[in-house]
Design a binder for this molecule. Structure first.
Ligand SMILES: *[C@@H]1O[C@H](CO)[C@@H](O)[C@H](O)[C@H]1NC(C)=O
Ligand SMILES: *[C@@H]1O[C@H](CO)[C@@H](O)[C@H](O)[C@H]1NC(C)=O
Ligand SMILES: *[C@@H]1O[C@H](CO)[C@@H](O)[C@H](O)[C@H]1NC(C)=O
Ligand SMILES: *[C@@H]1O[C@H](CO)[C@@H](O)[C@H](O)[C@H]1NC(C)=O
Ligand SMILES: CC(=O)N[C@H]1CO[C@H](CO)[C@@H](O)[C@@H]1O
Length: 528
């Protein structure tokens, strides 16, 4: 106890010293007090402007990063969510590039002008394969998702995650996204940005201001935003990226109904907040629930929940955004005639070849051909209003051709590529190699090599595979690549792919349109 008291005292002294030194260095320079939007300092505000006992989200003196935030204290909320950090004025006059309208001009019909976007995934909703450094613990600790991570870290989780929020995505991210010729950004975030329940270990609300700041940076570069609620109370799919891997307690089990209601409450608050005029031009897509696992849930209950959520957000004033709901892995054909009465809504399908044991075995030529033919056909069918389908967009896809990336299937689960996928349920294990050779030569070594080691034929394949998908998904409402950047998985990172020359320098200016002949690449594993 004495030790803790001494530590607290030392921390207090350090905090005071830092605050005093920041204050005095500010005093030496410009003292007009109006430069709060120019730098990472606390210039312009004094500690006494923050009321005693203000919570962390209203007290910039405890924020790890103050750049780009309005630091003037306010406890004003909209939809019971804080506006703290926002500047009063905004400017929607920027266009992402010369092929798309500025934010303050209508985008028009997404069927005629599909979105070209990217996800800032693994940021406000953690995912082990995107940031393995955050999950580098002894496997006996059982740290496999944000729930187990924050349970383990307890009070330390907040500072570790805030450092991640402040560094993994920053203003340069959005400048680079716009430079790549992209025009939309999907931002996955989790319900604990809004609310926590029942002793949740998650860090409450810290991610909220980072979400708001990211939207303002998107605005600065003319990027439209797809808001993606990636983790719902109870978990809508039981996967690690929903916060907590395991049983689904959303619309299922004892707490299914209460978590259904909590999710609607989260949307009630979010939609009131994002109905503010400042978001009218920039929030182009409003996502209800990422990847609800409809193959395990009651389909009719998920559909009913979706209808309620859609009505709620429209009634709360989200008028212009496309309301997005997930395809739930039912197969697009099963959506015929479903939810046709929802105005300006779209079905979101995530297309990957590597989570399917019959598609991961395709060789390079077959993967490109499938992207051109199979996915184009699916997108066209699923977008045909005349036959009872709604508009369809692809809010996740990647260039990955293997599932070799560390932690991709789960922390400690192995992979399909080498036949080493052990899930704890024999039905879903994959114990025979599923690379194109389907034998012991299937190897993750070359697949996991650094991009600098890729062969020219592998690079040619990766670029063609990406462009083929862009062509296909532009037959619908457009696409969002998964993800902008990773720590070490180059086939999943748009940024690393651009650097390696396996993505078009400008997303709207491409070489391959699926009409030309697909070369038969030398696609044995050694040709990575
Ligand atoms: C900063 O926030 C305060 C409180 O919301 C607001 O009154 C002020 O206008 C904002 N400053 C700027 C420059 O937007
Ligand atoms: C549904 O909930 C029950 C009870 O909590 C649980 O045992 C089951 O695993 C859940 N189903 C899924 C698919 O997670
Ligand atoms: C194993 O997975 C199958 C297929 O997903 C599922 O039907 C079954 O209920 C699972 N078994 C257990 C014990 O979880
Ligand atoms: C890829 O698969 C297709 C169809 O099975 C086959 O015709 C082609 O020869 C294969 N390519 C290579 C390089 O093995
Ligand atoms: C068991 C589980 O939740 N696995 C998922 C973890 O997340 C990756 C993507 O990051 C998925 O591919 C896994 O299915």
């Amino acid at each position: 106890m004495i030790g803790a008291g001494v530590v607290a005292l030392i921390i207090l002294i350090i905090v005071i010293a830092v605050v005093v030194s920041k204050k005095s260095s500010d005093d030496e320079g410009d003292d007009s007090g109006d430069n709060v939007d120019e730098g990472p300092s606390l210039s312009g505000i004094s500690p006494s402007s923050i009321p005693q006992g203000a919570p962390s989200w209203l007290n910039p003196f405890v924020w790890a990063d103050t750049e780009g935030f309005n630091l003037t204290y306010t406890d004003k909320t909209v939809g019971d969510l804080p506006i703290m950090g926002l500047f009063s004025k905004w400017d929607d006059s920027t266009a992402a590039n010369e092929h798309v309208p500025a934010l303050n001009k209508p985008w028009g019909d997404y069927a005629k002008r599909p979105a070209r976007g990217v996800n800032v995934g693994g940021w406000l909703s953690l995912e082990p394969f995107i940031t393995p450094s955050l999950f580098a613990y002894d496997s006996r600790q059982g740290i496999i998702d944000e729930y187990t991570l924050c349970s383990y870290l307890a009070a330390r989780c907040e500072s570790i995650l805030e450092k991640h929020y402040a560094t993994f995505v920053n203003e340069d991210t959005f400048r680079e996204i716009v430079d790549a010729g992209l025009d939309h950004v999907r931002i996955p975030f989790s319900y604990w940005a809004v609310q926590t329940y029942d002793g949740d270990p998650y860090v409450f609300r810290t991610s909220w201001r980072y979400l708001l700041r990211a939207i303002e940076w998107c605005r600065k570069y003319g990027l439209r935003v797809n808001l993606d609620l990636h983790a719902l109370p109870g978990s809508q799919n039981g996967w690690n990226h929903s916060g907590r891997q395991g049983a689904i307690a959303w619309l299922n089990g004892t707490d299914g109904a209460v978590n259904s209601k909590r999710s609607l409450d989260v949307h009630d608050r979010l939609s009131k907040f994002f109905a503010q005029p400042r978001y009218k031009n920039i929030i182009s897509h409003y996502g209800l629930a990422n990847e609800p696992k409809m193959t395990a849930l009651s389909v009719s209950e998920v559909l009913a929940w979706t209808e309620s959520a859609h009505k709620l957000v429209r009634d709360n004033g989200i008028k212009d955004a496309v309301v997005v709901f997930g395809d739930g892995f039912r197969g697009l054909a099963n959506w015929q005639g479903e939810l046709q009465n929802l105005d300006n809504a779209a079905l979101d399908v995530h297309q990957y070849v590597i989570f399917n044991t019959n598609q991961i075995v395709f060789n390079h030529s077959e993967k490109v051909r499938y992207a051109c033919a199979g996915w184009t056909e699916q997108t066209l069918t699923s977008s045909n209003r005349a036959t009872g389908f709604g508009p369809t967009l692809v809010a996740e896809w990647s260039q990955a051709d293997t599932d070799c990336t560390r932690h991709l299937t789960n922390v400690g689960w192995g992979n399909r590529w080498t036949g080493s996928l052990f899930t704890g349920n024999a039905t879903t294990d994959v114990t025979t190699p599923r690379c194109p050779l389907q034998d012991r030569r299937c190897d993750c070594g070359p697949a996991n090599a650094d991009a600098s080691e890729w062969s020219d034929s592998y690079k040619q394949f990766l670029k063609m595979f990406a462009e083929a998908q862009m062509v296909s998904f532009e037959k619908g409402y457009g696409w969002f690549y998964w993800v902008w950047d990773t720590e070490s998985a180059p086939q999943w990172s748009y940024k690393k792919g651009l650097a390696a020359g396996v993505l078009p320098a400008k997303a709207y200016d491409r070489d391959f349109d699926c009409s030309s002949t697909i070369p038969s690449f030398s696609d044995l594993p050694e040709a990575f």
